[in-house]
Design a protein around this ligand. Sequence first.
Ligand code: FAD
Ligand code: FES
Length: 380
Amino acid sequence: MLSSLRALKRDLAAIATTLGASRPSPVVQTTRPVPARAHRRLRVASIVRETADAVTLVLEDPAGAPIRFSPGQFFTLVVPLEGEVIKRAYSASSSAADGQRVAVTIKRTPDGRVSKYLVEKARAGDSFEVLGPSGSFTPVPATHERLLVLVGGGSGITPLLSITRTLLATEPATRIALVYGNRAREDVIFWDALESLATTHGPRFRIRHVLEQPSAGWADPAGRLDGEALARELDALGEPDGPTTDYFLCGPEPMMRAARACLEGRGVAAARVHQESFAAAHASAASAPTSPQLVTVLIRGDQKQFVVAPPRTVLETALDAGIDMPFSCTVGGCGTCRVRLVEGHVAMEEPNCLTADERTQGYVLACVARPASPCTFEVP
Ligand SMILES: Cc1cc2nc3c(=O)[nH]c(=O)nc-3n(C[C@H](O)[C@H](O)[C@H](O)COP(=O)(O)OP(=O)(O)OC[C@H]3O[C@@H](n4cnc5c(N)ncnc54)[C@H](O)[C@@H]3O)c2cc1C
Ligand code: FES
């Protein structure tokens, strides 16, 4: 319900923007998650090495079809690796105004299977099955004057850069301030791209780097980007918070927790604080069901039954059985596959995007749910 309300709100805002704007933007899309049939194969057109640990893959449709997304959304890459097919979400880092290509930027995670593979082995000419776009970490399009404050850490810069690139190009009345925390200068992904945007767009885009381990001669802020550091940076911006200021946070969980607490302490309404979490859902071996279970799905007045065998999820098995269940990201990140558990028990991969309210109301995510007993689900 919450996500459909959010999607409705965005759609209405987008329509209002289009009706009210003298020059409607052809680019910034509404962000209702793209429904199930959005698989496509995209080819790596080129690769940019951003830092020792991060690469950008520029993806294109081999047939030249457009690639549409809203700034801040992510795509799910399906990567065949060591006999397995693994899915991982990666946010677009390029401008949604491009239309023909999308760039995703991957930072190698310590012991991470897919990120290590992509950073070390991906080559131009490779192709991947891709799902999406997904996600609602995207500003409502606007024509009025407003300020977006973006707070990022490490690879969390990716959706923030897409937002920055897109809105600087399409929304003349939007100003953006970015506070970006990293360990050291050499870890900063997109240093040059950010400097270039700041030079081109002058006062409309300001950036503050906060480095934990700066080298000698660093004159800007040093230390961890915690609540105190963020408060100092917000003061330095000299922009009073107001009803048209929105905050977008993406980075390590402790950084986002500190940022939320800092903003709350400054009286910023929670509705104006948006965050994207890169924490991926993982099946816990301890709670993973071990025996096949009968599942009943109530969908559009119809009743379907199938057996889910471990380690498959409810969504995977339903789609194999030809049942038209809604989905988009397949990694617990977008909420499109939300269903109500009417009867039975499931083990779900955590963390995922379900809210506490949704859990209380009995919702589960079919893409990361494995039945631990016979189950009945209702598709809303
Ligand atoms: C919406 C979204 C957007 C994202 N966007 C980006 C992006 O733009 N750029 C980017 O670089 N990343 C992004 N990510 C993160 C990305 O999807 C992957 O999670 C990341 O690349 C790590 O995947 P991996 O296969 O390399 O690591 P994995 O092999 O999955 O392991 C990752 C880490 O988790 C630990 N781990 C493995 N299994 C478990 C387990 N069962 N329980 C607990 N911990 C475990 C590992 O030890 C390792 O440290 C995004 C994630 C989400 C959800
Ligand atoms: S498909 Fe996105 S959460 Fe399940």
